[in-house]
Design a protein around this ligand. Sequence first.
Ligand code: FAD
Ligand code: SF4
Length: 552
Amino acid sequence: MPEDLPPRESMEFDVVIVGAGPAGLAAAIRLKQLSSDISVLVVEKGSEVGAHILSGAVIDPIGIDRLLPDWREDKDSAIKTPVTADHFYWLGRAGRLRLPNILLPPLFSNHGNFIVSLGNVCRWLAQKAEALGVEIYPGFAAAEVLYDGNGAVAGVATGDMGVAKDGTPKPGFQRGMELRGKYTLFAEGARGSLSKQLIDRFELARDREPQKFGIGLKELWKVAPEQHRPGLVQHTFGWPLDNSTGGGSFLYHFEDQQVAVGFVVHLNYRNPYIAPFEEFQRFKLHPLIRPTLEGGKRIAYGARALTEGGWQSVPRLVFPGGALVGCAAGFMNVPRIKGTHNAVLSGIFAAEAVAAALKQGRKGDELLDYDGGWSRSAIGSDLWKVRNAKPLWSRLGTAAGIGLAGFDMWMNTIFRFSPFGTLRHGKSDAGTLKPAANFKPIAYPRPDNVVTFDRLSSVFLSNTNHEEDQPVHLRVADMALQKASEHDVYAGPSARYCPAGVYEWVEQGGSVRFQINAQNCVHCKTCDIKDPNGNITWVPPEGGGGPNYPNM
Ligand SMILES: Cc1cc2nc3c(=O)[nH]c(=O)nc-3n(C[C@H](O)[C@H](O)[C@H](O)COP(=O)(O)OP(=O)(O)OC[C@H]3O[C@@H](n4cnc5c(N)ncnc54)[C@H](O)[C@@H]3O)c2cc1C
Ligand code: SF4
């Protein structure tokens, strides 16, 4: 960019919140509930609130109950379908074994939970927030953290708009805005781009286990009326994944004949030939799943990373001038496949700490009450009981790992004790791939265009859109390393782990070129996590770009 750009305009708030997901919106609502005088701004990179939200979702209402105790009387509430049946299966290639609910630790029970579109829940929460006086700016990505003279976080700056691919200003160029706050809450969700910088800068993950991740792919179907069982929740593990690859599926029936079907692959897989998208498509061919979808219509597709490190990977939450909330802090409970309740609770707890600090006339310091309180709160007890499930699964494989994890969760529930103590995760997900020479390419079935589809027609259903003439928002630090390692040693796993077909190694005149189709990106963040050399960094594209999920 040229040096002589006009200065950015600046706006001052008491609290700036990055991200209008459940965590950010809960924090905004709680702040206004505590004092209508606190000025609160939420910036959201999606074109509207909910456009970038992708979840299952079965939600535990513990957080919403605390935030909006009267929500059950609200006729506009987006939480409508109570869970009525809860099935858990271990799949083989054609067979299945239903695990009796009585054998599952009580934390697995979905009794009292609700099936929702989390995007619609966020749209509803945004209305509540605005009614209380919160300002929400959708279509603005926070691209840079602002620091004051003492190094404390002082807010964020939104990205410049109208920058050409080569970095020069185009006609209609607009400078980003400086949004300054006494405190800034980062609620960017899993692998937040600014949160990642803050974790590095303030060494928030020192003495913690590395954060672990999964990639979740999801489709929304309108199914035939005779296949629809509103309130049914179904989870599977096992086929089509092999014993050493963690993951599983969800299938939720909710209002308007809709079924959310999705598949999660743990990103600590070793075989670079694994393609999470293809595993998901193959899964839908199972005799337990196919009949539900046949005769229906697929209406949406998308993907998003989720955090899986749990208790032992939660970083320090605070730094001078701000805090991490929700999945930016890694509050997902993996065995329950639930993070929304903890996102809402952490938003509430952070807001309470901010409001107390503002009342004392403080600003720009550390919210120590928030950092010290989470482990003793409902979030802490939720994550503590399941802390060994992921490490056991990763070490022992699916069959033995899940069995032992079940035993461990029972021990933690009944005796608040584990014979394993607290197990470590070890490597980051970037470090788990093994060279391609150790494996054979996997022959995935071709799409049948009835229940299985190819990647590009799927991406079309995410409605993703980016201004084409802008700097590529997927930054490869060292292209020579990408070729020598990602391509030559690992056989180009980016072409398989990316759920949107963004990366391709293209042969040209006897050599290969790394092609990045950035306009297809659905902002799942998997490349930022799984590149074997940590050589790819996801940065926010021009605000408003990315998927436009209707109700994911
Ligand atoms: C496939 C899948 C299935 C899941 N199933 C369930 C389930 O059934 N039940 C459950 O409880 N949980 C489930 N989860 C987890 C749940 O979705 C998360 O725990 C929850 O969404 C976390 O909320 P959050 O507010 O922290 O982040 P998010 O929901 O990710 O929201 C973050 C928001 O911040 C915005 N943002 C990010 N960066 C910026 C930036 N720099 N500038 C501006 N805006 C930004 C994003 O666009 C987004 O709107 C699932 C997750 C996945 C991926
Ligand atoms: S480019 Fe990266 S963030 Fe975008 S869809 Fe592909 S893996 Fe996800």
